[in-house]
Design a protein around this ligand. Structure first.
Ligand SMILES: Nc1ncnc2c1ncn2[C@@H]1O[C@H](COP(=O)(O)OP(=O)(O)OP(=O)(O)O)[C@@H](O)[C@H]1O
Ligand SMILES: [Mg+2]
Length: 515
């Protein structure tokens, strides 16, 4: 006899349906798994046999073949334990489920039959929905209860969560009534998040704080340049506290990637805050961009809809930094390997910090820089012009003065700044409702034409800046985008000359102050 059960494997960040066929025939006892399974999948047979026996069933004696179709697709993960166990029990006529064809079954089994959580619940739920919709089947997804809320967050597919193999069997046989899992948005998508750090800890630095507020509001790439101890890392680490709230659509996109990598916190099926990824400068190209033989998303995709913070920018490997150029432009990264070509989303805001020279004190008003001009050139040349050109805001951070550091002035809190940022982001979300983008920094030329019209005075100002400073055509677009965000923070419809002037002011490197 033969049985067939539907399940999934993960390719990149997408789930792909897999049919598990089980065949038992008489002969010398042997269990064979065919269909390009990886080691973890091949080991399933031992877990399945133990779980079946420990649930008071018999693991059949004979030659048992598990075929994972399509045979040409490499399978990975431990998703197949549950469907293999159910398949073997149906095949050996120990259970008689009602229409098992309408279910996708996924889950890792422990030896006593308990179901353990799996990675990629959201991708699986999305793929199951597409599968059933295409075939017009009223189907459902059965998976470990820890993954149920995550899978149910899409709200368009029936999800059942279980914690034991025995429960799944009873449910499939119609002996156990289980309620469909409904996503509890209030409990699991709560935007009132508290942080350990706050902008009120940063004394002075009002210029930098304003620039970061604009960057957060419009998701603009930002570079902070300054001497050691001036507070660059301190400012950047407080950026998450003023980032605008994630929309549910953005949260689902981001969760999908984190879930595949097994990075979701226990009890948090949906990511509630924008990711802030801070990779060390030793990170490899595969770690940053994504890759490996069976391609997995890298830091830039984990930062999707959030921030990628590269501290000590010149210390990163140059080829790593160069590979950021294409994703920074397009918002996704294509990874091609001999066995697969995959596309990972990577719409992130780049935040970078660096010293102006190897000793760090070139722009310090008090300390003397001991670097030779060629050393400074060499240091700065680690970051290519095209990469710098993709950064919207570059500002100089100067050390805070003693009076400000020790003064009693109360600084603005992150929540006060975040209120303004949220308001400006709401304006952008409304503006780009049907355009498939979320923030000003993602505007394409057609959007710039429509939403960044300038009056005569502003036009003159921009022309003068273009002629006097070393601004590229891309730089010009960046200035317009930042001006749009400044106008949004002010809640004005048209970009005025003072918005433009402020945006030009955040282009330190175009002024060639020290390069
Ligand atoms: N404006 C400020 N208000 C309060 N504390 C500050 C300020 N600036 C710097 N500090 C203090 O100085 C410390 C060092 O700052 P930070 O690590 O951000 O410097 P940095 O600019 O990143 O230096 P480096 O170039 O060496 O990485 C902070 O942890 C903080 O204690
Ligand atoms: Mg630092």
């Amino acid at each position: 006899m033969l049985s067939k059960i539907l399940s999934f494997t993960i390719v990149g960040i997408e789930a792909v349906p897999v049919e598990i066929e089980v065949d038992i025939k008489r002969g010398l006892p042997a269990v064979v798994v065919v269909g390009l399974a990886n080691i973890a999948t091949k080991e399933s047979k031992d877990r399945v046999s133990a779980a079946v026996r420990n649930c008071d069933f018999k693991f059949p004696i004979g030659r048992i073949t598990f075929n994972l179709a399509p045979a040409s697709l490499k399978k990975e993960g431990v998703f197949f334990d549950l469907p293999m166990a159910i398949g073997v029990l149906i095949c050996s006529k120990q259970i008689q489920p009602q229409n098992s064809n309408n279910y996708f079954l996924i889950g890792e089994l422990s030896l006593d039959g308990r179901l353990r959580p799996i990675k990629g619940g959201l991708s699986i739920s999305l793929a199951a929905y597409k599968y059933f919709k295409k075939r017009n089947i009223d189907g459902a997804l059965i998976l470990p209860s820890e993954n149920a809320q995550e899978a149910a967050s899409l709200k368009n597919i029936k999800v059942y969560g279980f914690s034991h193999l025995k429960e799944v069997i009873a449910f499939l046989e119609g002996r156990l009534e289980v309620e469909e899992v409904k996503f509890k948005a209030k409990k699991y998508f709560n935007q009132n998040i508290s942080y350990d750090v706050d902008f009120e800890d940063v004394k002075g630095q009002s210029f930098a704080k304003r620039a970061l507020e604009i960057a957060a509001a419009g998701s603009h790439n930002t570079l902070l340049i300054g001497p050691p101890g001036s507070g660059k890392s301190m400012l950047a680490k407080r950026l998450p506290t003023i980032l605008p709230e994630l929309t549910l659509a953005e949260a689902v996109e981001t969760t999908k990637i984190h879930s595949i990598m097994g990075l979701l916190e226990k009890g948090k099926p949906l990511i509630e805050r924008r990711p802030f990824r801070n990779p060390h400068h030793n990170t490899s190209s595969a770690g940053l961009i994504g890759g490996r033989s069976n391609p997995k998303p890298g830091e830039i995709s984990l930062a999707h809809n959030g921030v990628l913070f590269l501290d000590e920018l010149p210390e990163f490997n140059r080829s790593c930094l160069e590979s950021l150029r294409q994703p920074l432009e397009s918002g996704f990264v294509h990874i091609s390997r001999s066995n697969a070509s995959l596309k990972f989303p990577s719409k992130f805001m780049l935040m970078a910090a660096m010293n102006p020279c190897p000793c760090g004190y070139f722009t310090d008003p008090k300390r003397v820089c001991r670097c030779q001009p060629y050393q400074i050139q060499k240091y700065l040349s680690k970051i290519s012009g095209p990469l710098l050109d993709r950064i919207d805001i570059h500002i100089e951070i100067l050390p805070v003065k003693y009076q400000q550091m020790r003064g009693k002035t109360k600084e603005e809190t992150s929540s006060e700044i975040r209120k303004r940022v949220n308001k400006a982001r709401k304006i952008q979300l409304e503006r780009f409702k049907k355009q498939g983008i979320f923030a000003n920094s993602q505007m394409k030329p057609k959007h710039l034409k429509k939403y960044c019209e300038l009056d005569e005075e502003s036009n003159k100002l921009l022309k003068a800046a273009f002629e006097e400073l070393a601004i590229s055509a891309r730089g010009l677009d960046k200035i317009l985008k930042v001006s749009r965000t400044i106008a949004d923070l002010e809640e004005t419809e048209n970009i005025a000359s003072h918005h433009l002037a402020e945006a030009i002011n955040y282009r330190m490197l175009d002024r060639q102050l020290f390069i």
